[in-house]
Design a protein around this ligand. Structure first.
Ligand code: FE2
Length: 237
């Protein structure tokens, strides 16, 4: 660097930032978010080995495959993960599978917490649950039914519809309620449960209903409350 620039540290910093920026790739690759707790922290409901394989290998593969798709489809570059979901119909199936897989698993880790640490539904969320289902227990029963009845692999969801009411839905494979696809009821996901066999098979084998029932003790209501508050907040004009 020119000696005169070194005497002007602010100018030198700006120049260095400009040089770094021009060398960066045209798009920022997605990255695997770390688990917000130890892999063993959800035991005995979900064992640490399942969590490690599920997060590191399955979710990790969705992220790396999605990044490969972005390289092959320049129109994807610059889209946020959320924006990608809402325009997924315009892209190849590999984008749908891996983009959905990345979004779905990112929310899955966040809506779980070690037993006893997840809090409880807020008064606002509880009021919406009571209005939509009659009670928390009835909402859980409908959610469990949707999760158990999902044939093959997929997800069960508690969503907030665009009109404000809550609903239970289910999607196949790595689809989710943000996607602009026929047959999917769209809304803001508040809570999503992974019912792929990779999520539970080591511990529960074919007993998916037992996994679903036990999973409720891991729900991070604090995060669900946050998501509901964000979805219900009036949008800025
Ligand atoms: Fe999964």
């Amino acid at each position: 660097m020119h000696p005169r620039l070194l005497k002007r540290p602010l100018l030198a910093c700006l120049l260095a930032l400009l040089l770094l920026g021009s060398a960066a790739p045209a798009w920022a690759a997605f990255s695997l978010p770390p688990l917000p707790y130890a892999a063993e922290a959800l035991e005995p409901v979900i064992d640490g080995t399942t969590m490690t394989i599920h997060h590191d290998r399955h979710h990790g593969a969705y992220v790396s495959n999605l990044n490969a798709q972005i390289k092959a489809n320049p129109a994807l570059a610059g889209l946020s993960l959320e924006a990608l979901q809402s325009r997924i119909a315009a892209f190849p199936e590999a984008v749908r599978n891996n983009g959905g897989g990345h979004w779905n698993h990112s929310q899955f880790w966040a809506v779980m917490a070690p037993e006893g640490e997840g809090g409880a539904p807020s008064a606002e969320l509880m009021a919406a649950i009571s209005a939509g289902f009659g009670s928390l227990e009835e909402m859980q029963a409908q959610f469990n039914q949707a999760a158990a009845a999902r044939f093959g692999s997929g997800w069960a969801w508690l969503i907030r519809r665009p009109g404000g009411e809550l609903a239970i839905t289910s999607t196949a494979n790595q689809d989710n309620p943000l996607m602009d696809l026929p047959g999917i009821e769209r809304g803001t996901p508040l809570l999503g449960l992974d019912v792929w066999e990779h999520a539970y098979y080591l511990q529960y084998q074919n007993r998916r209903p037992d996994y679903i029932k036990a999973w409720w003790s891991l729900v991070n209501w604090n995060e669900v409350n946050r998501r509901y508050g964000e979805a219900a907040a009036p949008t800025a004009a």
